[in-house]
Design a protein around this ligand. Structure first.
Ligand code: BGC
Ligand code: NOJ
Length: 815
């Protein structure tokens, strides 16, 4: 069953009924001011950091779901009734409803009794504000006398404190209302120099800033007293709960439309110019007023929207494909690329499933996000790499997370996830291949954000490499530490405390025994990348040492990490195998099969094929590939969080989508394009659209997990949007199945496509040159030959064209 459809031409997903199985959300904002918005107007906004600078309030895990948002109430003043055109929060009957989620904007429109309201929400580029463009149209045969009430509930900045510290918070709330603009200025009197504002383009009939006065006692957002009676209270909050609500009264002739613009924004003043007059307590509004005035003007708002559109044209224009498969086309051309930008911006901080107060930016997460993002905005990728590297520890380890506002490592989570440092190498390699900007390696970058400790970025990579070599266990495999990619394989924790976080619990074992075959694979892969980087820097000896380290690790894996038919997962703190046919549960894990093969292990000698056949036979389901089997049926203290989940969920044998593309890539590496693409389709959200009632999450973005076959909810997705699945699937389909990958020498084109495809077309912009690529299948295999501008060339890599070349054509024959 579907709840909407893709409008490919407009790059929108159109939701046609408001009661989707879960809130289906979108993101507003591209640089510093962000928000999430659901198909019924729910969600919140923040500046830079979803925890520390929350602008509006949202109630996670409320009933009903998705409570708090950017709401408009429409009141028919003659009939005395009211509704929400976004359906929530009133949830009355609408005669028509659509929500169009697009690239950085959402348009919701709702009709009732002939009155149509159309609201476009977006954040202009380079601004710290959002615009709600509302157009109300009277489709009735008689004049309509309407009241419009806006509503936003302000958050007192630190979302964690806001949700817990009421003894203080019910006293601090402060606002100002000046020239019909509502200013939220809680804590501005003391150490903050930022405030929020909420403005409206029309003269007001009234306003409210105190929640209790707006709602009335014991009423919810579905039935505010002010809206019911059609008159604002003109309340000024002191303490309690600050909100912003405008009341606009309009009269519309039959067929008449009226546009009303609301602007919600964030603004900072210089610390010494906070007040006006200087010795008063009133906000200095001189710098913000012109900004407000600009965007309340419909022409300016439209122009800002057009700029946003152009921005996305350019970003998506870096790679466009035309394959025989519509699900592939729309994911590659639009939605998967878009999700890569969102994961880059958000890491794992703010979604419907991530509350924005739990996690900042993850070290391993953000490095992987770069893989799918780097071509979209290389300059931003560069900055992110330097920020991430600055949280690295002197010993090469890494803070597992950092807060985007402060850019400092998060002490609460700490470090000791032993895979972390390797991902930095992969992130940097991806950046270098895309841009050829070798200067980044010479950038001085501190350790642990400590001024004075700066070393060139290249040295950070060297330390990443050494970190693993200095932490090998009894079999010569990398020690796992707190965990590796699988945050829930906690082999040194032995937690017995109810509720204790596996991410922060003290290690009970000294960590000198438990080893990870996953890190072994990752280390080999990263060492080969580092060798190529060293070579390009003219460090042949060093490059040889990295290659030697990768080879040595591979030998160790064959000795101690191969179970006979597939790669083992780990050794536990007693030196026992995990992920072996000799185990009762957890006999085979997906991660090492993927990553060891990505590192090249077994590709030439049949063992990769053997491992991938085992994956196919034991882990593949119609909804995707499971993380491990058999699922753990009870809690094992020596395994940790992985066994805390009921079978079939999350790390305990769900389809953990992030890992599936590793298998797709591995399949292409042994030439099995049909199988790679089959796996790709199983989790492609667009291809799952017709089973939305089962899948439940948005059909336009990947979710972190799809419930595994050990649960009756098999096929149900969770944790949509913020997942490494976005970047890795993008890499799998574009770089390995379609086979278009940046290399140091030029653009490589080596497709491993399904046998039934006659070919495909692509346009790729790479280092300032547009490549028009036409792939034709002329035989059943994967042998590729290239013609550049009609002339045959040797190998798979199109050498970088000479200076000044803007465009080339590449004909690719696959046989
Ligand atoms: C989840 C993991 C996540 C970790 C980090 C665990 O509860 O299962 O997927 O990576 O928390 O917060
Ligand atoms: C989600 C985390 O963000 C990611 O870092 C981790 O690798 C996976 N969960 C698997 O545990």
């Amino acid at each position: 069953m579907r709840f909407g459809y893709f409008d490919d031409d407009h790059r929108e997903y159109v939701i046609t009924r408001p009661d989707t199985p879960l809130p289906w959300i979108n993101y507003l904002g591209s640089q510093t001011y962000f928000g999430i918005i659901s198909n019924t107007g729910g969600g919140y906004s923040f500046y830079r950091d979803a925890r520390l600078r929350r602008i509006s309030r949202y109630r996670y895990n409320n009933v009903p779901f998705d409570y708090g948002g950017r709401y408009i109430y429409i009141r028919d003043n003659r009939a005395g009734c009211f509704w929400s055109p976004t359906w929530q929060p009133v949830r009355g009957t609408l005669d028509a409803y659509t929500c169009r989620h697009g690239m950085g904007y959402t348009v919701i429109s709702g009709t009732r009794n002939g009155i149509t309201a159309w609201i476009r929400y977006f954040v202009p580029l380079d601004e710290t504000l959002e615009i709600w463009q509302l157009t109300v149209t009277n489709g009735r045969a008689e004049t309509a006398d309407l009241s419009l009430f806006s509503f936003i509930e302000f958050c007192l900045w630190d979302a964690w404190d806001d949700a817990t510290n009421y003894q203080r918070n019910f006293n601090t709330g402060e606002v100002e209302v000046e020239d019909d603009v509502i200013y939220h200025k809680t804590e501005y009197r003391e150490r903050r120099n930022h405030f929020a504002y909420f403005a409206c383009s029309e003269p007001l009939q009234g306003f409210d800033t105190q929640r209790e006065d707006f709602l009335g006692p014991y009423r919810g957002l579905d039935n505010p007293l002010v809206v019911e009676r059609g008159r604002s209270a003109n309340s000024i909050t002191t303490g309690w709960v600050p909100i912003g609500s405008h009341h606009v009264q309009i009269s519309l002739e039959p067929g008449e439309s009226r546009q009303v613009i609301f602007v919600l924004g964030y603004h900072e003043n210089p610390k010494d110019q906070k007040f006006d007059p200087p010795d008063s307590q009133r906000i200095n509004k001189q710098t913000v007023k012109p900004i407000i005035a600009r965007y309340l003007d419909p022409a300016q708002a439209n122009a800002a929207f057009d700029r946003l559109h152009t921005y996305w044209d350019e970003i998506l224009g870096v790679l466009q494909v035309e394959t025989p498969d519509p699900d592939t086309n729309r994911m590659v051309n639009v939605w998967n690329a878009y999700q890569c930008m969102v994961t880059f911006n958000m890491s794992r901080s703010a979604s419907f499933f991530e509350s924005g107060i739990g996690r900042g930016l993850g070290f391993r997460d953000s490095n992987q996000d770069l893989l799918g993002f780097v071509h979209q905005a290389p300059q931003r990728a560069r900055e992110r790499i330097l920020d991430l590297a600055a949280t690295q520890l002197q010993n090469g380890g890494a803070y597992h997370q950092y807060q985007p506002l402060t850019k400092r490592g998060n002490d609460a989570v700490g470090s000791g996830f032993n895979d972390d440092p390797q991902w930095l190498i992969l992130g940097v390699a991806a950046y270098l291949k895309e841009t050829g900007d070798w200067s980044i390696l010479d950038e001085p970058v501190p350790y642990e954000n400590e001024p004075g400790t700066e070393q060139p970025l290249y040295e950070h990579l060297q330390r990443s490499h050494r970190y693993t070599l200095e932490r090998l266990g009894p079999h010569g495999l990398p020690l796992i530490g707190r965990a590796d990619w699988n945050d829930c394989l906690n082999l040194n924790i032995f937690s017995e405390e109810p509720g204790e976080s596996f991410q922060t619990a003290p290690l009970k074992m000294d960590g000198t025994v438990a080893e990870s075959i996953f890190i072994a694979g990752l280390f080999s892969l990263a060492s080969k990348e580092l060798a190529a980087i060293a070579e390009a820097r003219g460090l042949a000896g060093e490059a040889a040492r990295y290659r030697q380290a990768a080879a040595q690790m591979e030998t160790t894996v064959w000795q101690h990490g191969w179970d006979g038919d597939w790669f083992l997962r780990a050794y536990d703190a007693f030196g026992h195998k995990i992920g072996s046919h000799t185990c009762q549960e957890g006999q085979i894990f997906i991660e090492p099969q993927g990553i060891c093969i990505l590192a090249g292990m077994g590709v030439d000698d049949g063992r990769a094929r053997q491992a991938l056949d085992a994956v196919h036979d034991r882990l593949a389901t119609e909804h995707g590939i499971l993380l491990q089997q058999p699922a753990y049926s009870r809690y094992y203290v020596h395994l940790g969080e992985i066994s805390s989940y009921p079978p079939g969920f999350k790390e305990n044998a769900s389809i953990f989508c992030h890992t599936n593309p590793w298998i797709m890539i591995a399949e292409t590496m042994i030439g099995r394009g049909d199988r790679a693409f089959d796996y790709y389709k199983r989790i492609n959200p667009s291809a799952r659209e017709s089973i939305s009632e089962l899948h439940r999450c948005e059909p336009y973005v990947y979710a972190q997990t799809i419930a595994g076959r050990d649960t009756p909810r098999h096929g149900e997705a969770k944790n949509s949007w913020l997942t490494g699945t976005a970047a890795w699937n993008y890499v799998a389909i574009t770089q390995w199945i379609l086979g278009i990958r940046p290399t140091y020498q030029g653009l490589e084109i080596a497709p491993v496509i399904p046998s039934t495809w006659p070919g495909f077309r692509a346009v790729r912009k790479f280092r300032g040159v547009t490549y028009r690529i036409e792939v034709r299948r002329q035989g059943p295999g994967n042998t590729v030959s290239l013609k550049l501008n009609g002339v045959p060339i040797h190998g798979h890599i199109v050498p970088l064209p000479s200076e000044g070349t803007r465009e080339v054509t590449v004909e690719v024959t696959v046989e």
